[in-house]
Design a protein around this ligand. Structure first.
Ligand SMILES: Cc1cc2nc3c(=O)[nH]c(=O)nc-3n(C[C@H](O)[C@H](O)[C@H](O)COP(=O)(O)OP(=O)(O)OC[C@H]3O[C@@H](n4cnc5c(N)ncnc54)[C@H](O)[C@@H]3O)c2cc1C
Length: 462
C-alpha cells in the first residue's frame, strides 16, 4: 500500500483524496485544520438558511473530466443557471456581464471615450514588456477602460495600486485580450453567461466528494487536525506531526499532497529550511476577506445574483443575494445578502465586530438601494485570513525561489490555490487534485512538470 497524506480539505485536497481512493493499492489520510471540510468552497447553516462563503459559482469552463464526476456525484442537483449580475458605476447599476444594454446605458459619450482608448492602445509602441498590471492592461485595453473598471476593482481586491501589482495578473485575471474580445463582450457573445450551481448550495460540491470518500475503505478524513510539523530528509518528506482536537499524532508518508498555504509548509519544516528559503516564503503575503451577511425582512432584494462595486467609496467588492443562486437556500419571507470585503489580515476591518461592520456597510447598502436599516434582521460575519495570494512586484522571484527548492522533494506535491500560491477557481483546484493523484498512482513523476505548466495557463473567472 502506498500511503499518501493530503493536507487541506478544500476542493484540491478532497479531489486528490477521492481520486487516490479509487486505486486498490493506495491509502490516503486527509488532514484538515478546520472542524469542517470544504475550505473556501464550503457552505454553512445559519438558522434555517444555507449560505456560501461569498459568491461561488461553478464556471462553465470546468474541465469535462471534473464536470462528469460532479454530475455523477450530484445528479440532477447540479443546475445550469443564467448569470444575472449588475455593476455599479457612477451612481447606476448596469447589466453584468457586459452586453449591448450595458453600453446603451453607459451612454454614447463614455462609449466613444472607451473606444478611443482601446484604439489608441493598438498604436505601435516600444516593445518593452509591461512591468505592472496597470501598464499591461492599459497597453491591451486602453487607459479609460482600465480606470473605469479593471484598475479600481483590482486595487480593492489586492489593496495595492495597479502599478504595484505584477503584470502577469493581467494575463491571469482578465480574459479580454484586445479589440475582438471587447467586441464580443459588447455584443453579449462572450463566454461565461451561464454557470453551474448545486441546488443545495455550493458547499454541496466539497460535501459530495467527502461523502464519496466516507465509504472508501482505505481513506481517512480527519477534521480539526492541524499539521504542526513536516519531517524531511534531503529529497523526501518522511512524516507529519499533527494535533487532532488537541491530541498529538504522527503519520508516516510515502507522499505528501500539500494544499494548505505554501508559506506555512516552509514554516513547519523540521529540520528548518535554509534561511533564504524561509525569508522568501515569509515574503509571500495573502489578503484576507471578511464576509458580512445581512439578513433582511423582505422576500427578495432584486433579480441579480451578484452586484459588483469597483468604486472605492463602497467598502465591499461584491454583494450577493443567496436565494438568487438557489431559491430553496433561504426561507421565502426573508433574504440574505453577503458582502465581501477584502482587507489585510492586520487591518482593523478583519477584527471589526459585527456591530462595527453593520455601521460600515449599511450606509453604503442604503446608498446603492439594496437595503434599508429598518429591514435589517441581523448582521453576522465569517472571515478568512488567507483568501487571495498577493501578487506584488516582487512575488515572482520569491515564489520561484521557494518552488525551485521544494521541487527537490520527490514525494511532495504542491497543489491548489494555497499550495501553489495561485489565485484560481474551484474547478481548477479539483483538476489539480486529480492530476497529483494520477501522478502518484502511476508512479511517474515525469508527468508533473507538464501538469504544472498546464495549471499556469488557468484563467480566473469572477
Ligand atoms: C470570496 C470568494 C469567492 C469565490 N468565488 C468563486 C467562484 O464563484 N467560483 C469558483 O470556482 N471559485 C471561487 N472562489 C475560489 C475558490 O473558493 C477556491 O478556488 C477554492 O476553494 C480553492 O480550493 P483549495 O482546496 O485549493 O483551497 P482552500 O479552499 O483554501 O482549502 C485549503 C484548506 O487547507 C486547510 N489548511 C490550512 N492550513 C492547514 C494546516 N496547517 N493543517 C491542515 N489543514 C490546513 C484550510 O483550512 C482549507 O480548508 C472564491 C473565493 C473567495 C475567497
Amino acid at each position: 500500500m502506498t500511503r499518501t497524506v493530503v493536507v487541506g480539505g478544500g476542493p484540491a485536497g478532497l479531489a486528490a483524496a477521492y481520486r487516490l481512493a479509487q486505486h486498490a493499492d493506495q491509502s490516503v489520510l486527509l488532514l484538515e485544520r478546520a472542524p469542517v471540510l470544504g475550505g473556501l468552497a464550503a457552505g454553512f447553516r445559519h438558522g434555517d438558511a444555507t449560505l456560501d462563503f461569498g459568491p461561488h459559482r461553478l464556471h462553465a469552463g470546468t474541465d469535462p473530466e471534473v464536470l462528469a464526476d460532479l454530475r455523477r456525484l450530484l445528479g440532477d442537483e447540479l443546475e445550469l443557471r443564467p448569470r444575472r449580475g449588475q455593476i455599479r458605476l457612477a451612481g447606476r447599476f448596469l447589466p453584468y456581464p457586459v452586453g449591448p444594454t450595458t453600453l446603451l446605458m453607459l451612454g454614447p459619450r463614455q462609449v466613444v471615450q472607451l473606444g478611443v482608448g482601446v484604439l489608441a492602445a493598438r498604436l505601435p509602441r516600444p516593445a518593452a514588456a509591461p512591468v505592472s498590471y496597470e501598464a499591461a492592461l492599459q497597453a491591451r485595453l486602453g487607459a479609460p477602460l482600465y480606470r473605469l473598471f479593471y484598475g479600481p476593482y483590482a486595487e480593492k481586491v489586492w489593496g495595492l495600486p495597479g502599478s504595484q501589482i505584477a503584470a502577469d495578473q493581467a494575463e491571469r485575471r482578465v480574459n479580454q485580450r484586445g479589440l475582438a474580445d471587447l467586441l464580443r463582450l459588447a455584443l453579449g457573445r462572450s463566454s461565461g453567461r451561464h454557470y453551474f450551481y448545486p441546488r443545495g448550495g455550493f458547499g454541496r460540491i466539497p460535501a459530495a466528494y467527502a461523502q464519496a470518500l466516507a465509504s472508501a475503505p482505505a481513506a481517512r478524513l480527519a477534521c480539526s487536525a492541524l499539521v504542526e510539523t513536516v519531517e524531511w530528509q534531503p529529497g523526501r518528506v518522511r512524516a507529519l506531526r499533527y494535533a487532532q482536537d488537541g491530541n498529538p499524532a504522527r503519520a508516516g508518508a510515502d507522499h505528501l499532497i500539500w494544499t494548505a498555504p505554501l508559506p506555512e509548509l516552509v514554516r513547519r519544516l523540521d529540520p528548518p529550511a535554509p534561511p533564504d528559503i524561509q525569508q522568501a516564503a515569509a515574503s509571500l503575503r495573502h489578503r484576507a476577506v471578511v464576509l458580512c451577511y445581512v439578513a433582511l425582512a423582505l422576500p427578495r432584494v432584486g433579480q441579480a445574483d451578484t452586484y459588483y462595486f469597483p468604486e472605492r467609496r463602497f467598502p465591499f467588492n461584491r454583494v450577493t443575494e443567496q436565494k438568487n443562486f438557489s431559491p430553496a437556500m433561504v426561507p421565502p419571507e426573508r433574504t440574505v445578502l453577503c458582502l465581501d470585503l477584502a482587507c489585510d489580515p492586520d487591518d482593523a476591518r478583519f477584527t471589526a465586530s459585527d456591530e462595527e461592520l453593520r455601521d460600515l456597510v449599511l450606509p453604503a447598502l442604503e446608498e446603492a438601494g439594496l437595503a434599508r436599516p429598518r429591514q435589517v434582521i441581523e448582521v453576522f460575519s465569517r472571515r478568512f485570513r488567507q483568501a487571495y495570494p498577493v501578487y506584488d512586484l516582487r512575488y515572482r522571484a520569491a515564489l520561484a525561489h521557494v518552488q525551485d527548492w521544494l521541487a527537490g522533494f520527490q514525494n511532495l506535491w504542491l497543489v491548489g490555490r494555497q499550495g501553489l500560491f495561485l489565485h484560481n477557481n474551484t474547478h481548477h483546484s479539483l483538476l489539480m487534485g486529480y492530476r497529483a493523484a494520477d501522478a502518484i498512482a502511476s508512479g511517474d513523476r515525469g508527468q508533473w512538470p507538464a501538469a504544472l505548466a498546464h495549471f499556469a495557463t488557468f484563467r480566473v473567472a469572477d
